[in-house]
Design a protein around this ligand. Structure first.
Ligand code: UFG
Length: 380
């Protein structure tokens, strides 16, 4: 078996981060740099800004030029661009991939299914093909709790049955989980981690990077933040008759910095620095111990806090954070929404040694700092 390319100290390890200029990507780049890794970001900037990476340099005290600057490199390209990927792998000694690049708007995916399947699924097929040609077979994939659909019970463990996603975006996540798992079955040199995110919110404590949705936000916290900053008049609360304590939808909100650290933990797990493998999990394939002590297989982990918060809990936490009242009105349920989901995080804790540290108040404080310092996002 080939040597695990990740089984060496972070200072000698370069990670390709696709979609690294985006919300979760940019926060993950910060945590990778803080942990000593070098990073190549590949992003087509279709839904992100290169300014986020300039801010990452500021946070991590990396110069634009000269010694140390090379720890963060940027390639503007799509994951569908085979030549650009080939050039990137040839130019850098990449040891592993964290793959965020993808379209992510649930509603838009219903209108533009072809674009979602092409970009997300075909793009990933191109990415992993070029990667394997260059001997890189370690990938952390940005999956979603959406693969569970409407869960049979909460908290949701990784062993819970997957249900059909109600939209093409969710389908791409489920399909890519399958494709990446099958890659390992066909070639056990692959090393795959599927991270199922719950609801990432918050921002880096510096207020320099955060979520910058184009147009009117679809997701709750960016919407609430726009109301708080005076860009939108009021929050619509979608549904007040769910079987939840206050009748509004319950989700497991997780601070994006905690989520980002989960990715560093996944890289460390693949490198064999933490954890023991996933032999007890019928979905995960048990990792082979390689001669260098590293492992291969498919690791599946929920990244959440294990706590559910309602829409009104979020509105009130944001009010505390910004010191203003947030106007809201009750609206009908949004199509495709479920009543409640929150994660069981035991597996990530025991295997990856990772737990989420920040609570909802901290998430809202950091979101507010980002939003109030950057009312127009990176454009300001
Ligand atoms: N909500 C409102 N008003 C809004 C927006 C949302 O009341 O303006 C409510 C929703 O009905 C839901 C909760 O706030 O109860 C959270 O909604 P989000 O849109 O913020 O998040 P979702 O849970 O719907 O979706 C998120 C990600 C998806 C991912 C899914 C997985 O955005 O990418 O979690 O569970 F697929």
């Amino acid at each position: 078996m080939a040597t695990n390319t990740l089984a060496k100290p972070p200072a000698q390890t370069c990670i390709l981060v696709t979609g690294g200029a985006g919300f979760i990507g940019s926060h993950t780049v910060v945590e990778l740099l803080n942990a000593g890794y070098s990073v190549v970001v590949l992003d087509d900037l279709s839904n992100s800004s290169a300014e986020s990476l300039a801010r990452v340099r500021q946070i991590c005290d990396l110069p634009e030029t000269g010694p140390g600057s090379e720890r963060l490199q940027f390639v503007q390209a799509s994951i569908l661009d085979r030549d650009a990927l080939d050039t990137t792998f040839a130019a850098h000694d990449i040891s592993g991939i964290i793959h965020f690049a993808g379209f992510k708007a649930v509603g838009e995916s219903v209108q533009k299914p072809w674009e979602y399947y092409w970009n997300n699924v075909a793009g990933t097929l191109v990415l992993v093909d070029v990667a394997r040609q260059h001997g890189v077979k370690s990938i952390v994939f940005s999956s979603s709790a959406t693969v569970y659909g409407d869960p049979d019970q909460v908290p949701i463990t990784e062993m819970a049955e997957k249900h059909d996603a109600t939209n093409p975006y969710g389908q791409t996540k489920s399909m890519l989980e399958r494709i990446l798992s099958d890659l390992y079955v066909g070639d056990p040199e692959w090393n795959v981690v599927l991270l199922r995110y719950f609801n990432p919110i918050g921002a880096h404590e510096s207020g320099l990077i955060g979520e910058d949705p184009k147009g009117i936000p679809n997701n709750l916290v960016p919407y609430v933040a726009k109301v708080a900053v005076g860009k939108l008049p009021e929050v619509g609360v979608f549904g007040q008759d769910y079987p939840t304590p206050d009748g509004t939808g319950v989700r497991d909100y997780i601070h994006v910095v905690d989520l980002a650290r989960g990715h560093v933990a996944a890289i460390d797990w693949m490198a064999g620095r933490v954890g023991t493998g996933c032999a007890d999990d019928p979905y995960s394939l048990p990792g082979d111990a390689a001669p260098d002590g590293s492992r291969r297989g498919v690791g599946v982990f929920n990244l959440g806090t294990g706590r559910g918060s309602s829409v009104l809990d979020v509105v009130h936490a944001f009010e505390r954070a910004c010191g203003k009242e947030i106007p809201y009105v009750m609206k009908p349920r949004r199509a495709g929404d479920i009543a409640e989901n929150y994660a069981s995080c035991d597996k990530a804790r025991t295997e990856l040694g990772w737990v989420a540290e920040y609570d909802l108040d901290r998430m809202c404080e950091d979101s507010w700092r980002w939003q109030s310092n950057n009312p127009d996002g990176y454009a300001s």
